[in-house]
Design a protein around this ligand. Sequence first.
Ligand SMILES: *Cc1c(COP(=O)(O)O)cnc(C)c1O
Length: 388
Amino acid sequence: MIFEKSERLKKLPPYLFVELDRKKAEAVAKGVDVIDLGIGDPDLPTPDFIVDAMAKAIKNPAYHRYPSSQGMARFRESAAGFCKKRFGVELDPSSEVCCIIGSKEAIAHFPLAYLNDPEDIVLVPTPGYPVYHIGTLFAGGTTWYMPLTQENDFLPDLDAIPPDVARRAKIIWLNYPNNPTAACAPEGFFTKLIEFAKEYEIIVCHDAAYSEMTNDGYKAPSFLEFPGAKEIGVEFHSLSKTYNMTGWRIGFVVGNSEIISAMKQVKSNVDSGQFEAIQEAAIAALDSDQSCVQDMQTIYQERRDTLVSGLRSIGLEAPIPKATFYVWAKVPEGYTSADFCSMALEKAGLVCTPGNGFGEPGEGYFRMALTVPTERLQEVVERLKKAI
Ligand SMILES: *Cc1c(COP(=O)(O)O)cnc(C)c1O
């Protein structure tokens, strides 16, 4: 029997990492010692004190029952406390915080709260995290891409959005520190963004997955720090990268209470919340002195310095990222992104991501994730030097 797939599935772009995984598997099968810098998934374990909090909580029978979809009150208080301590942002844990099963889940579901049909536009950065577009597609809306280019410091040019598009736009997605470009937003950008969103009555969704992954003393701001932000927007936080917890699936959305309430309405009809023992682990992480975050930053900074100076030493153009755990670099003359990444895999056994996989303006770039130890990054440079 052949069941006809829905139009929304047929319209999906090929998932970026499927093709990469296939090529990697081929190389591994041939016995190549592959170094995988493809996916942004930390190689380091979750800190012990977080694992211990879960281990203790898992024995509590109260947690074996259905959780509440919005998250435990104590979890929401911890999330609010974290935002207060880290950003100076005041939040009401009962109306301005919602627990999510990882940011991906929440980003994909969020548009269900506000989109009706293809007339409804969502403004999405490109290159960018693929889920902004996919969530729009699943909710039946239309994506309008905002190119992030080097000339614009990888910030969307809000003035370039035609007014008729802006008027139809319901949601705008932003993500700073940015994946894949590693760009950070200057403060003036958020002020301008808030003005723009208010003028056109657009909900700002800021994806802050990398807010804690910063180097050289840089502290990324929360979008909610800026005047007026809470009137028109929400911010998506994830514990995945900050605490090496990608497998645990937990994060939180904070901000405007009306928008949070709509998000809760969607989620309570789709999922039944995250396992409360995992919420206990997250509480331990958020309430901690954050020294584990500093340790993480030190490790990535060393890796970054090794990789960037190595790439530069072999003639590649790679800026020093002050946030995220990605290096976003130009491919050498004469290569497309795809050519370069294929060459890197075939001749050097390296998995890196072609920039155009995140959207057309990413053509001419490749992304490397700093998810292997420093010695392996030295080897990456050695191998690339021979291959080029
Ligand atoms: C990794 C990442 C996330 C976080 O995903 P989780 O689902 O919380 O693991 C969100 N946004 C971007 C841009 C990311 O790179």
